[in-house]
Design a protein around this ligand. Structure first.
Ligand code: EMZ
Length: 385
């Protein structure tokens, strides 16, 4: 098996019954596995809510390390729309020319740097740096801030030994509190200042609400982007012919980005809490218990995707749900897509092949399912064009 392969652990359960079960800190989860059901449940916000206790819709649950509600992700309609409307335009800025040029500069600089090295560990030395430096564009903060974020490592709530690390989370919360206070004293053109000036129903957002948006912006797009970037580099190491294809046909890069994101599904699933006794796939789901919308499984649903377990870089129809579905569709998707787009463009321009030297896979343990979601480490050498 190639090192860049991501097999589908959900297939049997998805085909046989449509759902799976896992325990998570004594708050069990019924995992919804088929694309149509995932979409239907994502849409049914009255039955499957996001606005439960903060942290509970995340799997693993973050209720023990977080009190602040992430906004708009942990809010249901109609409030959800009110928040989302405030920030939608800001999160579309990555579509602008100038933003894309800056992102290209950041990406090219990292690639030039690693091209001089005999070997590079991609997770820490490439993906984390790229993610953090790119985030300065999304937040519109000084480039130097990224050094602080890089020092936090790949996940803000997890560390090497602890799946949920409260001390680590506090570093992020304190940092955001400080940045909010700075922006109150000295308003600028960054996301903190923009949020502080926003109003919902004629009232300014509170510090806690601003913090809720900022935590989501830092946490939601971190390990997900890092996995997407790292996994893509592993893929190109195994498939030099794909790099050649992108060099010859740059017009397919947009499709290639979607396909890699479908195949990798950097976020395995996201939870919801049932507001009433209900069922999924004829399986009873009790009020106040959790389901999860399993994007990773839905993306391999053979009733929707032809050759679901193959990477088809120019796949025509690709209704994947890696960015979620319905009103909670990922707010950071425009930024994430742009990072991937620029990455593929720059790799195709500058690299002929990538030698895979060593890797350690990151396997998520979901009880009956074990899923590879990325790499703890991936060491490669880039070969210059
Ligand atoms: C939450 C989540 C959002 C959560 C779209 O995903 O990402 C996770 O990595 C975080 O731990 O808090 O932000």
């Amino acid at each position: 098996m190639k090192k860049s392969e991501f097999s589908d652990p959900f297939e049997k359960a998805r085909v046989d019954k449509g759902y799976g079960k896992m325990n998570d800190q004594d708050d069990p989860v019924t995992m919804v596995l088929r694309l149509k059901d995932v979409r239907k449940c994502a849409h049914s916000w009255k039955t499957f809510q996001s606005g439960a206790e903060p942290g509970r819709i995340v799997v693993p649950s973050e209720v023990n390390i977080r009190d602040t509600r992430q906004i708009p992700f942990e809010v249901d309609p109609p409030m959800h729309k009110a928040y989302r409307d405030l920030i939608e335009d800001w999160f579309k800025r990555p579509l602008g020319k100038e933003y894309q040029q800056k992102l290209k500069k950041i990406t090219d600089a990292i690639i030039e740097e690693v091209l001089t090295m005999d070997s590079v560990e991609i997770v820490e030395e490439f993906s984390l740096r790229l993610q953090s430096r790119a985030l300065t564009l999304l937040l519109n903060t000084p480039y130097e801030e990224s050094e602080t974020w890089i020092s936090w490592g790949t996940h803000v709530f997890r560390s090497k030994d602890t799946a949920l690390d409260g001390d680590k989370a506090n570093i992020l919360y304190n940092y955001i509190d400080q940045e909010i206070d700075k922006a109150i004293k000295n308003p600028g053109t960054d996301l903190y200042s923009v949020l502080l000036a926003c109003e919902v129903d004629g009232k300014k957002l509170t510090k806690e609400e601003v913090k809720g948006v900022m935590i989501l912006t830092f946490a939601g797009g971190r390990d997900t982007v890092i996995n997407a970037v790292t996994n893509s580099i592993a893929y190109f190491a195994d498939h030099p012919e794909s790099l050649k294809l992108l060099k010859e046909k740059p017009e397919i890069i947009g499709k290639a980005v979607e396909e890699l994101i479908r195949y990798f599904a950097p976020l395995t699933h996201m939870g919801r809490v049932a507001t009433e006794d209900t069922h999924v796939c004829e399986h009873a789901v009790k009020q106040d218990t959790r389901i999860s919308l399993c994007w990773a499984s839905a993306n391999r649903d053979a009733s929707i995707f032809e050759k679901p377990n193959e990477v088809v870089l120019d796949r025509k129809l690709n209704p994947h749900v890696s960015f979620g579905f319905s009103h909670h569709k990922c707010l950071g998707a425009t930024h994430a897509r742009q990072i991937m787009n620029v990455l593929l463009t720059s790799l195709a321009e500058k690299i002929t092949s990538i030698d895979l030297i060593d890797c350690k896979e990151n396997i998520e343990n979901l009880d009956e399912f074990k899923r590879k979601v990325g790499y703890d480490s991936l060491t490669v050498k880039f070969n210059k064009r």
